[in-house]
Design a protein around this ligand. Sequence first.
Ligand code: SF4
Length: 286
Amino acid sequence: MAETSGHVERTISVDFVRRKLTALLSQAAWQLPEDYLAALRQAHEQEIAPLGQEIIRLLLVNADRAQAERLPSCQDTGMAILFIEVGQEVRFVGGDVNTAIEEAVRQAYRPLRKSVVADPLLRQNTGDNTPPIVHYAIVPGHHVRLRVMLKGFGAELMSRLAMFPPSVGVEGVKRFVVETVKEAGPNACPPVIVGVGLGGSFDTVALLAKRALMRPLGTSNPTPHLAALEQELLEDINALGIGPQGFGGTVTALGVHVVAAPTHIAALPVAVNLNCSAPRRAEVLL
Ligand code: SF4
């Protein structure tokens, strides 16, 4: 820490960021979050379809094996999505932090499947799973918080966004969310986690839905009417009968997470970002 003109500044080496991020991404590939495993164990008790229950049992066995043998929990190790909070009293030293972040992804993905193409039309694989998708936020304080998601694209592919007029109301929102999960069927590798973004603008509503997926399962939106909406959506989705891996059953989703933001009087933006049965995320505070 160094004091400059009355405030304490903390310097963090970009190499330290690189090492921490490499370890975090590697670990996320083989260790699924404890909140997800707890929700899956509960789903195993709740699922009434025998085949659905057996699939959940196999997902739990797979998660155990992945962790014990430090092998990827799914062959699709996804695209690295990073949420990075930087305290405003932090100064990075020793190089370019963006280069260090990209290098961390390159190193972590060495033993993992490379799934990133440089151009969406020409489709040439970058060969090292870079670049990651990075969202920065500047926050008060002296810390850096790294949060990562290794996002499988089976579920990403089935995600949807709509710019509705406000007149569709909450019923229109519910219809869109449930319809999105229904259309996804087995392709999103259920049981899914449903991230819902409400409000903002065209460009930010999808990010709200992605942020919703970073929230641990078993938690609710702190705003009562949004917590109630999450519960209603979960019940409607689980009534679809899609079930684990789409083979039928009562557990199609493990949770619905809604994140809302202020929006314009003329619109009701809605985004649905789905996560699959390999919802890899992890975080570390530097
Ligand atoms: S969507 Fe998820 S579970 Fe399905 S293949 Fe991709 S990473 Fe694996």
